[in-house]
Design a protein around this ligand. Structure first.
Ligand SMILES: [Zn+2]
Length: 123
């Protein structure tokens, strides 16, 4: 069965999108880590005043940590998609091997699963 391959220019566009995304994510990640460092430095400097404030601080740190982990995950998937692009596997669903719809790739250039595999995965 002949696959509907992406054209060179489509691939070049998608590669550009992914690279921009990675740059953007790395920038966000650097900022979030910087903020985390500042928060931690503050914790070491100040004595806890009251427990409500302390709880508030720790909730914020947990939220920040969650944000950092999410960004790290996004960078990993973007890099993963880029590697697949380099190997000529880009656009192929990692699970079933069918081509992922171009509209889906345009909306989400780091997608490595087709819609039906993705929905199975999420269920
Ligand atoms: Zn699939």
């Amino acid at each position: 069965m002949r696959r509907c391959e992406l054209s060179q220019s489509q691939l070049a566009d998608l590669r550009k999108d992914i690279c921009q995304l990675i740059d953007q994510l790395r920038e966000d990640l650097a900022q979030a880590r910087e903020q985390q460092r500042a928060e931690l430095a503050l914790v070491n400097m100040t004595q806890p005043v009251d427990s409500a404030e302390q709880a508030n601080d720790s909730a914020r740190r947990v939220q920040l940590l969650g944000h950092i982990q999410q960004l790290e995950g996004e960078v990993r998937s973007a890099e993963h998609a880029l590697k697949r692009l380099d190997k000529g596997l880009y656009g192929e669903c990692e699970t079933c091997g069918e081509m992922i719809e171009l509209n889906r790739l345009k909306a989400n250039p780091v997608a490595v699963l087709c819609i039906s595999c993705q929905s199975n995965y999420e269920c």
